[in-house]
Design a protein around this ligand. Structure first.
Ligand code: FMN
Length: 255
């Protein structure tokens, strides 16, 4: 009986302990599992931006701390994108072309606006401190005198950062067979070397007169393209004439 009792005890112990030991084994494995998942989940967001900085152990929590830091730095790049945006806006086919013009009665301004419509860019109107009379004959007298004296009218305002422009249109009415003296002041004020200079004028009867010769003297190191001379305000064909000319000199692509 004693032996039988002993074996019963062994059987009972086995019945009770075997399942317990099995559970215990799974338990330890289970504890590792979630930990693994946790690790997997923890580092997962880390590798992208932070792996090189936080590859060292302990990166679990610190990587979480750093993750947001990575975020802002990503966002921190966004303003750079904005900067690019404004840089692009600054270029906006824009940044490289300038249309400069002087106009007393509006004809040259009309041509300048037509050119601007076709090629874009920035515009600058040359204005002088001295006033020119509205009366035609009085204006002619003043213009004649200024030319005779080699007068250089003082200009109002100026072009900001001329360096940014590669292509500069120069527009003016013909006065006493050449440009108004304000154009001489302008072209002596700015260094046009290395730029493409494109003259355009409006006139009553003498087309360019001496103006192209004078521009060449004032801009000896510029590439001066064939200009456009428009009679007075250009009439109904202005848009077509401007377009045709811009195509011819390669400023607008031929269709
Ligand atoms: C002071 C003055 C001088 C002018 N001299 C000439 C000239 O020598 N040759 C010419 O063909 N037209 C001459 N004109 C006519 C202008 O060139 C023409 O009307 C021009 O289209 C005016 O341009 P705006 O309206 O942009 O000022 C002169 C006009 C003025 C007011």
């Amino acid at each position: 009986m004693k032996k039988t009792g002993f074996w019963r005890l062994i059987v009972v112990v086995l019945i009770v302990c075997l399942p317990l030991s099995l559970f215990a084994g799974c338990g330890s494995g289970g504890a590792g599992g979630p930990g693994g998942e946790g690790d997997a989940a923890g580092p997962a967001p880390v590798p992208d931006g932070l792996q090189s900085e936080d590859a060292e152990p302990g990166s679990g929590p610190s990587s979480n701390d750093d993750a947001p830091a990575g975020g802002p730095s990503g966002n921190g790049d966004a303003p750079a994108g904005d900067d690019n945006g404004s840089a692009l806006a600054g270029e906006d086919n824009a940044g490289k072309t300038l249309i400069v013009y002087f106009s007393h009665t509006g004809n040259t301004e009309r041509v300048a606006k037509q050119i601007h419509e076709a090629v874009g860019g920035d515009m600058f109107q040359i204005m002088t401190d001295n006033v020119y009379p509205e009366d035609y004959d009085a204006c002619v007298e003043q213009a004649k005198q200024e030319k005779k004296d080699g007068f250089r009218p003082v200009l109002k305002g100026g072009v900001e950062n001329m360096d940014q422009y590669d292509v500069v249109f120069i527009g003016y009415p013909i006065w006493i067979s050449t440009m108004p003296m304000a154009l001489f002041t302008f072209l002596e004020t700015y260094d046009m070397s290395g730029k493409t200079v494109i003259p355009f004028c409006t006139y009553g009867g003498s087309r360019f007169g001496d103006s192209i010769k004078d521009i060449k003297k004032l801009c000896p190191d510029s590439d001066i393209l064939d200009g456009l001379a428009i009679k007075r305000d250009g009439g109904d064909s202005l848009a077509a004439d401007v377009e045709k000319w811009l195509r011819k000199i390669g400023l607008v692509e031929a269709n």
